[in-house]
Design a protein around this ligand. Structure first.
Ligand code: BGC
Length: 247
């Protein structure tokens, strides 16, 4: 089944039609800068433009960088607060005239990596962590997602983890790769202690530069690997989420 996947990020909104059986993009992705402020109507307009760019008439999956329950966006740590409590599925469906599924951005990346990327053929508990504007998390157990885990907000040394160890924090505090890797290490140790995962996948924009910090990360008993779908994980996961599951 082909689905248009759209990934709403802090700096760009990217979309492409996805072959959900193969986990591949069918066309080159199309990117529009994220409007600022990131108000619901402005983002919905970009979603409409991306649908128009591909002349898409089929199902659409959209990621959002906050908690999403039944299409309603519940939190907005790094986007306009007007999203809190909003029926985003309805907003996007009305903007595009199409059937839309909405889910958390890290959850989307996690299901894509679990099915087609670094977690492929892995049983047990897989934790995906995305390091970007914030820190996103996805928990996948034997291929099944536990949604909206929000582990980026775990407190470490009196601060939210994403304020210390996101890629944005690295840039904002002008941290060297070594210093930042140390903070990521501290964070992963907490995640390991709380969850004892079989595998941790590190994704988000920073996964492209994994060679700069992953060699410094060491967790006894839990492999830590870079995401392999990189920037396309969100788009592919958004599309996967829109495929009806047979029960
Ligand atoms: C949000 C998460 C999101 C993550 C990455 C966090 O601030 O609370 O929902 O997945 O950022 O965008």
């Amino acid at each position: 089944m082909n689905v248009l996947g759209i990934d709403i990020g802090g700096s760009g909104i990217k979309g492409a039609p996805v072959d959900t059986a193969a986990g591949t993009l069918l066309e080159e992705r199309w990117r529009v800068p994220t409007p600022s402020p990131s108000a619901p109507d402005s983002i919905a307009e970009v979603v409409r433009q991306i649908v128009g760019h591909f002349s898409w008439t089929g199902p659409v999956g959209v990621t959002f960088p906050g908690v999403v329950v039944d299409g309603v966006t519940r939190t907005a740590a790094n986007v306009d607060h007007a999203w809190i409590g909003l029926d985003a599925r309805k907003l996007f469906a009305e903007a595009t005239g199409l059937d839309v599924t909405v889910l958390n951005d890290a959850d989307a990346a996690g299901i894509a990596e679990a099915r087609f990327g670094a977690g492929r053929d892995r049983g047990g508990l897989v934790v995906m962590l995305t390091f970007g504007t914030g820190i996103g998390s996805a928990l996948i157990i034997d291929g099944l997602l536990v949604p909206n885990t929000e582990f980026g907000h775990i407190e470490i040394k009196g601060q939210e983890a994403e304020h210390r160890a996101s890629d944005h924090a690295r840039e904002a505090h002008d941290l060297s790769w070594d210093k930042w890797a140390h903070r990521v290490q501290e964070y992963l140790e907490v995640i390991q202690a709380l969850l004892s995962p079989s595998l941790i996948i590190v994704g988000g924009g920073v996964s492209k530069k994994a060679d700069k910090f992953l060699p410094d990360i060491e967790l006894a008993g839990t492999p830590v690997v870079p995401a392999v779908l990189q920037n396309n994980a969100g788009i592919i996961g958004a599309a996967l989420a829109a495929v009806p599951v047979a029960r």
